[in-house]
Ligand binder design. Structure first.
Ligand code: ADP
Ligand code: MG
Length: 260
């Protein structure tokens, strides 16, 4: 068997806050992700989705378990600097300002991504702007000159520029107008495919995940309670928690999808 792109085994992460109870944000989490796969990670706010995403990027210290990316162990980063073997993981956050520097032009930030790419074939800034449907003139402008949806497109372009093997979106559409959400989500899916990368798409919006992902993992209080093909889970959820989550989505067209 070949090595999975990402393998998370028995990962447990706890937070201790003075005077408060210990929080187990990830509780013995195991899953793997293959190249080209689109995995939707769903679950209510506070269930541990972001903790898991940060851990995969080397931004969390685990209590036990391990994370392997391309067979290399992911360890907590020292001063947030990533070793070369982890440059293949790129993250897009809910707030695009978390990925973008407000004081630098769009072009210079996308160029950072291009320089970081380990791939032989590199994008140009113009090509990437075209891919994310922004005008060429966007290159010389600054993040604050764009709308939320446009900023998220810039953050996606920057992540794709770096030639990722794994693209992670941590609620990348949560701050956008409903009319833009599916569009941006599908753009991430398309670009991940074109880059031959896996996509880990985190969202509490089950309707969007249904459309974007092929596989889904459902998380509840730090545990993955169900994992499988999206179509199967949405039609025949096995876990009571998944059943509750799904029954809470307004069913509009039979797929639990909202119009628009
Ligand atoms: P989600 O992304 O699914 O909303 P998080 O991973 O952000 O969930 O949080 C999981 C749990 O861990 C929550 O109870 C949250 O309050 C707690 N938590 C997250 N980050 C920290 C932190 N830095 N310190 C203490 N508790 C945290
Ligand atoms: Mg979160």
């Amino acid at each position: 068997m070949s090595t999975p792109l990402l393998s998370v085994q028995g990962l447990t992460i706890t937070y201790r806050r003075p005077g408060l109870e210990r929080i187990v944000a990830a509780n013995d989490v195991s899953f793997s992700l293959e190249r080209g796969e689109v995995l939707g990670l769903v679950g209510e706010s506070g269930c541990g989705k972001s903790t898991l995403a940060r851990a995969v990027c080397g931004l969390e210290r685990s209590e036990s378990g391990q994370i392997l990316f391309n067979g290399n162990q992911v360890k907590p980063l020292k001063n947030r600097r990533r070793p070369p073997h982890l440059m293949g993981i790129q993250m897009v956050f809910q707030n695009p300002y978390a990925s973008l520097n407000p004081r630098r032009t769009v072009a210079s930030q996308i160029e950072d991504g291009i320089r970081a790419s380990p791939k032989a074939e590199r994008w140009s800034v113009t090509e990437l702007l075209e891919e994310v449907e922004l005008e060429r003139s966007a290159a010389t402008r600054f993040p604050h000159e764009f709308s939320g949806g446009q900023r998220q497109r810039i953050a996606i372009a920057r992540a794709i520029a770096a030639g990722p093997d794994l693209l992670i979106g941590d609620e990348p559409i949560a701050s956008l107008d409903a009319s833009l959400q599916s569009k941006i989500a599908l753009l991430m899916r398309k670009l991940a495919f074109e880059s031959d990368a896996a996509l880990l798409f985190i969202s509490h919006d089950l309707a969007v995940v249904r459309v974007v992902a092929d596989q889904a993992a459902v998380m509840q209080r730090g545990r993955i309670v169900e994992r499988g093909p999206v179509a199967e889970i949405w039609e025949h959820p096995q876990d009571p928690y998944t059943q509750r989550l799904l029954s809470a989505i307004p069913v509009v067209d039979g797929l639990g999808r909202l119009p628009g």
